[in-house]
Ligand binder design. Structure first.
Ligand code: SAM
Ligand code: SF4
Length: 326
């Protein structure tokens, strides 16, 4: 088992397949010309499989594929099918633009649940946020996945003044559609020009929701990062992910592998452990994984405290979200 210094058992691995993406969400991809990692420096399918097996042998029972956009990789299907043979619950976070090409692969891999990002229900605003014209494709693919009995969780990053007034529209959307919408507080990463006054907190969200609805608090799972709610009579549900205003580090069970094979023990950790180079050099990578977990900070990568209003984004040392793997 992979246990850190605070007795947290780590059984959930998020693997980034690429830092490339076919959208350009401004809060995720740095505005300056961003250079995608060349293919040779990315973990290859057999390397991803080998590393994943080591994690699974040491207690991992859930793997999420992410990126960048995992489905822009030409060998995404091969990777998904390889990992589907492991005794894990396999899932993925995707922008949904290519899901229609992967319906059969998802079925073969027995993927039961997907996280799909969609920050607005307005096609023009979608274009502003993502700098691409894929709104209808995303909506169509959400419906396609639901029709295939895949549980769809929709990730919505809420930013003050941009889409905070759409929270109740999203909740209205869940009236006749069985989706689980997750409102996420805006987080700081390299190059995303984050400022604390753009954070629309969980309290702000609940206040706005309370003007129209009477949400019922649902029971959370042990390692859940989201606080879940239901509205009477709605087919779907919603949740709030309060990373900035009310972090959930005490029950964290997550580890990350970047597309270039570096292990991060926290989304906000500065330190990275190069598993891919070790693997390519024929070294034993398990001690490196164990060391990384043992050195995990108590909260927020040891980089900031719960008082997010005091954070100066330029003081944080981290990659951009697109190169970590969200
Ligand atoms: N391309 C895929 C997608 O968009 O779902 C997977 C990668 S994306 C980096 C994973 C998740 O991170 C998305 O739901 C995205 O909205 C979220 N994300 C990216 N930057 C963020 C930020 N600064 N604050 C909060 N969430 C962020
Ligand atoms: Fe691409 Fe996802 Fe980042 Fe948007 S959030 S730029 S879709 S990786």
């Amino acid at each position: 088992m992979l246990v850190d210094g605070f007795n947290r058992v780590h059984n959930y691995l998020r693997i980034s397949l690429t830092d490339n993406c076919n959208l350009r969400c401004f809060y995720c991809m740095p505005e300056e010309d961003y250079e995608f990692t060349p293919h040779s420096r990315l973990m290859q399918p057999s390397e991803i499989e080998l590393l994943a097996k080591i994690f699974v042998e040491n207690g991992v029972n859930k793997i999420r594929l992410t990126g960048g956009e995992p489905l822009v990789r030409k060998d995404a299907a091969d990777i998904i099918l390889r990992l589907s043979k492991l005794p894990v619950s396999l899932t993925m976070t995707t922008n949904a633009t290519r899901l229609h090409d992967f319906a059969d692969v998802l079925e073969e891999a027995k993927i039961k649940s997907l996280n799909i990002s969609l920050d607005t229900l307005d096609a023009d605003k979608f274009q502003i946020i993502t700098r691409r014209d894929s709104f209808q494709k995303v909506i169509d693919n959400i419906h396609l996945m639901i029709s295939k009995n895949i549980h769809v969780k929709v990730n919505v990053v809420i930013m003050k003044g941009l889409n905070d007034h759409e929270i109740n529209d999203f909740i209205e959307w869940t009236k006749d559609l069985a989706v689980h919408v997750r409102f996420i507080e805006f987080m700081p990463f390299e190059g995303n020009r984050w400022t604390s006054n753009q954070v629309f907190t969980m309290d702000d969200m609940l206040q706005q929701i309370g003007k129209k609805y009477n949400p019922i608090r649902l029971k959370d799972d042990i390692n859940d990062t989201a606080k879940k709610f239901a509205i009477e009579g709605h087919q779907g549900t919603f949740a709030i992910i309060s990373t900035m205003s009310a972090p959930f580090c005490s029950t964290c069970n997550r580890m990350r592998l970047t597309a270039d094979g570096k292990m991060k023990n926290c989304l906000f950790s500065q330190k990275e452990t190069d598993l891919l180079s070790a693997l390519r050099n024929g070294e034993d990578v398990l001690p490196l994984i164990q060391e990384s977990i043992a050195s995990k900070a108590k909260e927020l990568g040891g980089q900031f405290t719960k008082d997010f209003e005091k954070i100066q984004a330029e003081d944080l040392q981290n990659r951009s979200m697109i190169s970590i793997g969200g």
